[in-house]
Ligand binder design. Sequence first.
Ligand SMILES: Cc1cc2nc3c(=O)[nH]c(=O)nc-3n(C[C@H](O)[C@H](O)[C@H](O)COP(=O)(O)O)c2cc1C
Length: 166
Amino acid sequence: MIEAIKKRRAIRQYLAEKISDEKLNEIITAAMYAPSANAKYPWDLVVIKNEEIKERLSKLTPWSIHLKEAPVIIAVIGHEKESSDWLEDCSIVAEHIWLEATNQGLGSCWVQIRGNDKAEKEVKELFHMPEDYRVLCLLPLGVPAKAEPEHTKDDFDRSKVKQESY
Ligand SMILES: Cc1cc2nc3c(=O)[nH]c(=O)nc-3n(C[C@H](O)[C@H](O)[C@H](O)COP(=O)(O)O)c2cc1C
């Protein structure tokens, strides 16, 4: 587990290589096993392979351009009315996807949509989503075009961890 955690990086360049159904299924299974407040699971995933839709998604924000190159994109959709904890639940789902993608030798990168009302509206229209559902983020999946170094203990400030009291 710690291996995938250290190896997980924001990967923004992908090879044109397709992703096998086996790998995609493992990643989706990892999402399904995410914990959920009150076991409500207030989320859906939209799996996108269509080139035209990927192109449109890549233009949503200044930080979404790399979506275009990814063979697959997974959108994490939250049911805001179903659970006040939708944001926490969906964030854990997204991290499970990112970690399992790493475990499968693939790269991903969280592309934020929530908080950008224009981008969120566009995604909702594009996916024909119910009005009260939310779009948290988009996760591209692809074979990394170049390896990013894994995290080491030097990347983080240990003083963030306090003992017994702040
Ligand atoms: C909530 C959240 C939003 C992010 N939004 C974007 C984004 O819109 N576009 C992007 O390219 N990267 C985005 N990232 C990736 C971060 O830039 C990246 O995780 C950070 O630089 C740390 O690098 P690492 O993931 O390689 O450890 C986001 C990450 C998180 C957790």
